[in-house]
Write a protein that binds this ligand. Structure first.
Ligand code: FEO
Length: 395
């Protein structure tokens, strides 16, 4: 089934209501998702992107029910990751000679994944364009490392649509298709979670790319990403948000993330939370058990924070394995301009706090010297150190 986007542009993608995780188990999906593919029927008929490999048969059948596949003049492949290129193998069996417009890196990537198929690639670079009839054309904009080397966006003149691929998307199922029809709370929650957990490692490239796109002086009426809702009302609002989020964003918030064995480290976490409220009632405090709560949601809260406190008891001369894995992910996300402090209980050797401090420094955080290190269970002597710890974290 197709859905109208604007004039002769339709959505022909797949809404994935049952999806639970993405990128393996690296990204939690709590409100469904979609892989958006678009069909342009002007003088030329053009397909923009496909959908994820498991849905390839449904995708091609659906497309066949909408148009004669032989009428597709060419395909624009904005990105080689299999959630957008995974149906090409099935589609190209039906129309093997159809030109595919893409970047040079796309060819390398798609042939690496699916093998050399002898497809008719037309390599494009930023500023290249192709006529699609009726006075309209497609202009290509390379989006290198946003978020893969091959990533690209495509702009359609006349209807002023930016097909932005992964940029500006959300893992969010919206049957009504448009952002203005979606639940706004969920829309922005999912847009931010997506930015933090997928794009933040490349955030330093975003302001320059936004300037480059604005530099084309092309009117943008619609931003049609490859996941989630399409931005139609004030589409630049998501671009402005990306610009803001990409510049070491923070709110007046502190996030406390910890794991515990016998609840001692939990007690310290709760005391830190109440002392933050005591010293700075206007500061938002969020508290998470790393082993029990969704890591992508925790990272989104870390992104919003000006400081974090991370806790783990010592076990086997190390920190708990869940915290260790969480710190690896924290480092990969490349957060900037945030403070961090460490805390935890121990029984005899007590390495955890030092390990946490080192790992947090390695993840790019400004680590405070103050720490809370409690022998066995935390007592008043330990709690007396918390005001200084919090003061340093907030200053
Ligand atoms: Fe939605 Fe990078 O694939």
């Amino acid at each position: 089934m197709r859905k109208s986007v604007k004039n002769n542009v339709s959505w022909v993608g797949y809404i994935d209501w049952e999806l639970e995780t993405f990128h393996g188990d690296e990204y939690s999906i709590t409100n469904g998702s979609s892989q958006n593919s678009y069909l342009i029927e002007e003088g030329k008929t053009v397909l923009i992107d496909t959908v994820w490999t498991p849905h390839r048969a449904d995708f091609v059948e659906n497309l066949k029910s909408e148009i004669d596949l032989k009428k597709i003049d060419f395909i624009v492949a904005n990105h080689a990751e299999c959630d957008h290129s995974g149906s090409l193998t099935t589609l190209m069996e039906e129309i093997p000679d159809t030109p595919i417009y893409c970047t040079a890196a796309f060819v390398k990537s798609v042939e690496g994944q699916f093998g050399k198929k002898g497809w008719n690639f037309n390599i494009v670079k930023t500023g290249d364009s192709v006529d699609i009839g009726n006075g309209k054309k497609l202009i290509f904009i390379e989006m290198k490392m946003l978020h893969w080397p091959d990533s690209m966006a495509t702009y359609m003149t006349g209807d002023n649509i930016l097909f932005s691929n992964d940029a500006f998307g959300q893992h969010f199922a919206v049957e009504e298709l448009f952002a203005d029809r979606a639940n706004q709370c969920l829309l922005w929650k999912e847009a931010l979670k997506y930015f933090v957990n997928i794009l933040n490692p490349f955030a330093m490239l975003i302001p320059k790319k936004i300037e480059e796109i604005k530099g084309f002086n092309l009117p943008i009426d619609i931003i049609a990403p490859s996941h989630g809702a399409i931005w139609r009302e004030s589409p630049m609002q998501i671009v402005e948000k990306y610009d803001e989020w990409a510049k070491a964003y923070q709110e007046n918030q502190v996030t406390i993330a910890y794991d515990t064995m016998w609840e001692g480290t939990t007690k310290i976490a709760h005391k830190i939370a109440s002392e933050i409220h005591n010293q700075s009632p206007e500061t938002v405090v969020k508290l998470f058990n790393i082993s029990k709560q969704d890591k992508n949601e925790i990272m989104t809260e870390v992104f919003k924070s000006k400081a974090i406190a991370v806790g783990s008891p010592t076990e086997m001369n190390d920190i708990l394995s869940g915290v260790s894995g969480w710190l690896s992910f924290l480092k990969a996300l490349k957060f900037k301009n945030k403070k961090a402090g460490a805390f935890g209980c121990y029984g005899w050797s007590g390495e955890s706090v030092k390990i946490l401090q080192d790992r947090l420094k390695d993840a790019g955080f400004n680590v405070i010297e103050e720490n809370i290190k409690s022998l066995w269970n935390p007592d008043e002597t330990d709690f007396e150190k918390i005001p200084e710890f919090v003061k340093s974290l907030l200053s």
